[in-house]
Design a protein around this ligand. Structure first.
Ligand code: CMP
Ligand code: CMP
Length: 320
């Protein structure tokens, strides 16, 4: 099989393994175990060699919907980062391929360890994700998914078994997407974005306590922005609507009447105070060199960095 792989893919695989080594707390299920890895790679190479014709020939399933359903589903997908890079045509195909699913309380939609053929996007309701503890086999709650969240994407992205079990708390309205449509229309953009940022996010000290899955969620929500040397990235007294991680370059913060109060290098963060405290920006942050930042909008900040609230709040003592 390996001899069939294009050279780039072999290199990719090696690089991925290197990256995995960097993230030593990466859950095993997330690490693409070797047995499953070859499965995953086999299908990737088959896709590559089957080439363009296969893509062209793919016809997603069509599940008829009325305008009301289409409208609701579009609004849900627009909230979900996994689907954020689809163009209008692709969005329409995905909308028509999805199936509405209403489930009652305490319904298990996904069982850890099983194969997975669907992902779900939540329109209404909350679902709990559990992972079995290795030593006791007891299930531990690792995440509660909310409307707008997608779950069940890992088995499709990495071609591995389900990494967690997922159960509804109360009644939920969900939209289900099949593996084939996901692979052909959504997967490329979604996995590229995760891969692009994951290695970097592993090295951001603030995110050190997050597990690989939480970091992948942050990666989904990031938007890259570029600033020239001398540009103001945030301005003191402005309302704040984003949190920033410095990806490349150098920057500094200054306060009126005080002058420079902080230097930033790659992996540092700023812009958290206005979001944590609901106050205007407490300082101006200026690009010292050309700078790229990864910005997380206010709406995602609480949801994705909620688990870091304590760390962020504790760290603000450095400003006093
Ligand atoms: P998948 O592995 O396909 O099925 C179980 C889903 O649970 C998984 O995709 C994720 O969408 C979701 N999940 C939530 N929290 C975690 C976590 N900490 N690790 C892995 N998967 C998680
Ligand atoms: P925020 O107030 O959202 O926007 C300006 C940012 O500058 C602020 O969050 C902090 O991240 C950062 N900053 C650096 N030094 C200071 C300081 N001494 N006081 C307040 N903010 C500071």
């Amino acid at each position: 099989m390996v001899s069939n792989l294009a050279k780039d893919e072999v290199q990719d695989e090696e690089e991925e393994e290197d990256d995995d080594d960097d993230c030593d707390e990466l859950p095993e299920s997330f690490k693409k175990p070797p047995g499953q890895m070859s499965g995953a790679r086999a299908s990737v190479s088959a896709e590559a060699y089957g080439s363009w014709n296969q893509k062209k020939a793919f016809e997603p399933p069509v599940h008829p919907k009325n305008e009301e359903q289409k409208g609701r589903l579009k609004a849900v997908l627009e909230k979900s980062f996994l689907f954020s890079s689809l163009d209008e045509k692709e969005m329409e195909l995905v909308i028509m391929a999805m199936v509405e699913k209403v489930v009652g309380p305490k319904t298990r939609l996904i069982n850890q360890g099983e194969d997975g053929d669907f992902l779900f996007v939540i329109e209404e309701g909350q679902l709990d994700c559990f992972i079995k503890q290795k030593d006791t086999n007891e299930e531990k709650l690792v995440k509660t998914c909310e409307p707008g969240d997608a779950f069940g994407e890992l088995a499709l992205l990495y071609n591995c078994t389900r990494a967690a079990s997922v159960e509804s708390r109360a009644k939920c309205v969900l939209w289900q997407l099949d593996r084939e449509t996901f692979n052909h229309i959504v997967k490329d953009a979604a996995s590229k974005k995760r891969e692009k940022y994951e290695a970097f996010l592993c090295k951001v000290p603030l995110l050190g306590s997050m597990d690989a899955y939480e970091r992948s969620q942050v990666a989904d929500g990031l938007q890259r922005e570029v600033f020239a040397a001398g540009a103001q990235i945030v301005q003191e007294d402005d309302p704040g609507d984003k949190f920033f991680i410095l990806e490349e370059g150098e920057a500094y913060a200054e306060k009126k009447g005080v002058g420079k109060v902080m230097d930033y290098k790659n992996g540092d963060y700023f812009g958290e105070l206005a979001l944590l405290r609901n106050q205007p920006r407490a300082a101006t942050v200026i690009a010292k060199t050309a700078v790229t930042v990864l910005a997380l909008p206010r709406s995602s900040f609480k949801r994705l960095l909620g688990s870091l609230d304590d760390i962020l709040a504790r760290n603000t003592s450095k400003y006093n």
